[in-house]
Design a binder for this molecule. Structure first.
Ligand code: ADE
Length: 238
């Protein structure tokens, strides 16, 4: 997969050198380049922003540098991803869909955002998706790019040592994962549930499923409702 990130703070993306994302870059699973938006500015101050039309506080990113950046970086298979609190919520399903893309191009906005015409112009040439991490506001899109890329990269073939972890983890089947334990069997008076040490894989799988359901019902009833909604849809469609 090819990934380009355009930002006015390339240093913010330094963690992408580390750990499994760094390894995926080194072994060629991921070709990732971070670009400074100011590369596409030509005035002495390397200006990227200006005051908003219609008034209001803050600054808006001017369209010209973004237009040039996209002209240079986008190709026939590009999916432009714009992190924004006004975007669609980012979920594991989004991560799965993005992991199948050939080329992700992230546009990190700062200030009050990017001039809307950049997206209008891009949408005639490529797929454009605005993605939100959640209902809160960050300074800019850089941290959202770190989150999205981590969620996407671990789904790429060969990145995780044990692909089974993808099957059992939280959100894989729409539910939260059951609690996990390791050695020692007893720690500070607290014992690992006996069933996990029974060696009975059928019972263990059932226990984990029940625990996952119970946790999801307690912590995320919205996920249960979404699963029920989906299964109603499937029933009707069948
Ligand atoms: N940029 C600013 N706030 C954001 C959010 N909540 N999600 C994604 N990108 C953002």
């Amino acid at each position: 997969m090819r990934v380009d990130v355009v930002t006015i703070f390339p240093e913010y993306l330094a963690p992408l050198e580390l750990s499994l994302i760094g390894k995926a870059r080194t072994n060629g699973t991921l070709r990732l380049d971070v670009h400074d938006l100011r590369k596409w500015t030509f005035d002495v101050h390397r200006t990227v922003d200006d005051t908003p039309y219609g008034g209001g506080p803050g600054m808006v990113m001017r369209p010209e540098p973004w237009g040039l950046a996209l002209d240079e970086l986008a190709g026939p298979d590009t999916h432009l991803i714009v992190p924004s609190p006004a975007g669609a919520p980012f979920t594991q399903a989004t991560a799965r869909a993005l992991a199948a893309d050939e080329h992700l191009l992230f546009a990190c906005g700062r200030y009050e955002g990017i001039d809307q015409r950049v997206f209008e112009h891009a949408a005639a040439r490529m797929r454009v998706s605005e993605i939100s991490l959640g209902d809160y506001v960050l300074f800019g899109g850089e941290v959202a790019v770190l989150v999205v890329l981590e969620a996407v990269t671990r789904l790429l073939p060969g990145v995780l040592g044990n692909a089974d972890s993808l099957v059992e983890e939280s959100h894989a089947d729409g539910l939260l994962e059951a609690p996990m334990y390791t050695k020692p069997p007893s720690w500070r008076g607290l014992d690992v549930p006996e069933i996990l040490r029974s060696g009975d894989h059928g019972r263990i799988a059932r226990w984990r499923r029940e625990q996952g359901l119970q946790r999801t019902a307690e912590r995320r009833p919205d996920l249960i409702a979404a699963l029920e909604e989906r299964s109603r849809g499937t029933d009707q469609g069948a």
